[in-house]
Design a protein around this ligand. Structure first.
Ligand SMILES: [Zn+2]
Length: 348
């Protein structure tokens, strides 16, 4: 879980992955704050305990255990205090994405935390939208938003998140999610909020089956109208569920390194991604909270390629899966798929 070692120049499949045009569907806003971005935020707030120096930050981001990870995560949350912080974070995330040839990303944002902190809803929306437009123009990376309910904050947070999405929903908003712990936070209680979001045209993308069994995934499908499942790791414990996901083309947003970091899966070798693919489920590969888990999307593609025994064509298919599972319009899907094919014909 360290983020400090300098990467060697990529060769072979790693170089292929680095240049491959990609889409990312499961990645969190604050969870994408890299040491470089945190240093900039810390420099804006001198009273913060977070170091503003890059070397000290690399050390700070070396997690001793999960409790330490949460501590660091919350200290980064504490750095997002005003609309300028929100804008900086969002724009700089897009810069980090563009460096990995991520051409499109659905970024999961938890507006509840920021609004609770005292940032006005309008100012928050303006900040992310301003970053989105600038990022597309300057980096060529298209951002879309998923607003998610922090499940641990209860129904009040669900109400606020729904209101923010429906009354203040910015142009880039495409989906509605549910994060936080699954144990002790049953999905059905969120049905009325998802009903309202879906009626307003938002896609349903809750986390489910990351730390609990397949029943939570069934509940996400039946109660929340899930169109994609965040993680869905425990789906492999239920053959009927796998069959259902495959038949109805409900994609899974798989985040291998995150699953190890949070102990949802004991080791990478035991990761169920192979069983998901073998069952015919549409599998996408994602990074979740990349700098916090010492990873990035390119590394997750390399991990998936190793676990699935993929060659360049197989890796490109993963990228195409993400395009298919995304909420881009058909023209944008066609165009990014064509770009992936063109890259493969020259580089594979
Ligand atoms: Zn997540």
């Amino acid at each position: 879980m360290t983020a400090s070692s300098a990467p060697a120049a990529p060769t072979g499949l790693d170089a292929f992955i680095a240049g491959l045009p990609k889409a990312e569907l499961h990645v969190h806003h604050v969870g994408s704050a890299s040491p470089r971005i945190v240093a900039e935020l810390a420099a804006r707030h001198a009273d913060s305990t977070v170091p503003a120096d890059l070397d000290a930050l690399a050390e700070y981001f070396t997690f001793r255990d999960f409790a330490h990870f949460i501590e660091v995560y919350l200290s980064v949350v504490d750095l997002i205090r005003d609309p300028a912080d929100v804008r900086l974070l969002t724009y700089e995330i897009a810069r980090d994405m563009a460096r990995q040839n991520i051409r499109y990303a659905e970024l999961t944002i938890t507006p509840y935390s920021s609004v609770r902190r005292g940032i006005a809803a309008e100012a928050f929306m303006e900040a992310i939208e301003d970053a989105r437009v600038a990022a597309e123009r300057e980096f060529g990376t298209v951002l879309r938003w998923c607003f998610d309910i922090p499940g641990e904050a209860g129904l009040e947070s669900a109400e606020v998140t729904t209101e923010l999405a429906l009354k203040h929903g910015p142009q880039g908003l495409v989906s509605f999610g549910l994060g936080g712990p699954e144990i002790g936070v049953p999905r059905p209680q969120f049905k009325p909020y998802f009903d309202r979001a879906r009626a307003a045209g938002l896609h349903s993308v809750p986390h489910a089956g990351e730390t609990t069994g397949p029943q939570t995934i069934w509940s996400a499908l039946h109660d929340l109208g899930a169109e994609r499942i965040g993680h869905g790791t425990s789906a492999v414990q239920d053959a009927t569920l796998l069959e259902h996901l495959a038949e109805h083309r409900v994609p899974l947003e798989v985040c291998p390194t995150s699953n190890i970091a949070t102990r949802a899966v004991p080791t990478l070798e035991e990761h169920p991604i192979r069983a998901m693919v073998d069952a015919g489920v549409l599998v996408t590969v994602n990074s979740d909270d990349p700098p916090m888990f010492g990873t990035d999307l390119n590394t997750e593609y390399a991990v998936a390629a190793r676990l699935l025994g993929l060659d360049a064509a197989g890796i490109a298919q993963l990228a195409k899966n993400a395009v298919e599972a995304s909420f881009m319009d058909d023209a944008a899907k066609k165009s990014l798929t064509a770009e992936i094919d063109a890259y493969v014909s020259v580089n594979a």
